[in-house]
Design a protein around this ligand. Structure first.
Ligand SMILES: [Zn+2]
Ligand SMILES: [Zn+2]
Length: 330
């Protein structure tokens, strides 16, 4: 099978012919229909996340069809369409796993990081961590739901009952979170790179009541801010834009260092927190909601062999919505 492979961090992916993987016990073999490109893939490729499996097939927003199953796998049948997310395996035994917080399992293994992922024609995944995908979504359209959607949803949930929600970084996760937030009755204030009028227009088209640069103050103080851009300097910026009692939620796996800031912008019971990974319960809840709303994802498709180009476009901030790799189109 064709695959795009990371041999060493900080190098371009290499096209390779690899043997089709064989599903073990609880795994299914999946023919990949689409795999979205996540900022986390960039962090892995660019060396900002340590110790990936190497060589590695990246990609953890996979939509595909089950081709075969391991001896102990019985959840799906050949032909079923499934989604494979970032959370690839957890121990099931630790305090986190046993208290509904498998996203924090210290032994968790992640797709496209410690487990080969979806930048390939085939992949294997543990069936217990796969999701059934509603027929209303096309393959490419469904792919960004697997991480941008899920993490965006978990991040939004941490905003609680906030009415006015600021979103910093209006990319793949934000464009999905904004639709959920609007459906739930929140007001969205979108912050983009200063001067990025295209992203601001995109945010308004998704129902944002205000859109501007991250260097601007919103017209009213925010009750919560979600940060999806990997820029630590946005944390104090978001705190300054947030009302007393508000929360700033960092939705990314990596950020540049957060600059020192005066205590007064945290004072008055503001808080800063991060969101890590996902639980399978997040996935079940979010995918049901996504079908009901229904979420519409904005995608730009690339043939699998153009994965490096897709990563470059994401790195440069030149994408509206999510990049999605499609095998068998090159
Ligand atoms: Zn565990
Ligand atoms: Zn991701």
């Amino acid at each position: 099978m064709r695959a795009m492979v990371l041999q060493r961090q900080c190098e371009a992916l290499q096209p390779k012919d690899l043997p089709i993987p064989q599903p073990r016990a609880r795994q299914v073999l999946i023919g990949v229909c689409a795999c979205a490109v996540c900022r986390t893939d960039l962090h892995v490729v660019d060396g900002e996340l340590a110790d990936p499996k190497l060589p590695l097939v990246p990609g953890h927003e996979i939509i595909g069809r089950v081709v075969a199953a391991g001896d102990a796998a019985d959840r799906f049948r050949p032909g079923d369409r499934v989604g494979v997310p970032w959370l690839g395996w957890t121990c099931g035994e630790c305090d986190y796993c046993r208290s509904g917080r498998e996203n924090l399992c210290p032994r968790a293994r992640f797709t496209g990081y410690q487990i080969d992922g979806g930048y390939a024609e085939y992949t294997v995944a543990d069936e217990r961590y796969c999701f059934a995908i509603d027929a209303r979504f096309g393959d490419a359209e469904a792919a960004p739901l697997m991480c941008a959607g899920l993490i965006g949803y978990r991040t939004l949930r941490m905003a609680g009952e906030a009415r006015r929600i600021g979103i910093y970084g209006f990319g793949a996760a934000a464009h999905i979170a904004a639709q959920v937030a609007r459906y739930q009755g929140h007001e969205i204030f979108a912050f983009t790179r200063p001067g990025d009028t295209a992203a601001q227009q995109f945010a308004r088209s998704l129902g944002a009541v205000w859109a501007g640069g991250s260097d601007e103050a919103p017209p009213e103080p925010l009750d919560a801010a979600l940060i999806f851009a990997p820029v630590g300097a946005l944390v104090p910026a978001a705190l300054r834009a947030t009302a007393p009692g508000g929360v700033v939620v960092c939705g990314g796996i990596h950020m540049s260092d957060i600059p020192a800031f005066p205590y007064e912008i945290l004072w008055m019971e503001r808080s800063v927190r991060s969101v890590a990974n996902l639980t399978r319960r997040d996935g079940d809840e979010f995918l049901a909601l996504a079908a009901k709303i229904p979420i519409r994802t904005e995608t730009v498709t690339f043939p699998l062999l153009e994965a490096n180009e897709a990563l470059a476009r994401l790195r440069q901030g030149k994408l509206t919505g999510a990049a999605v790799l499609i095998p068998n189109t090159a």
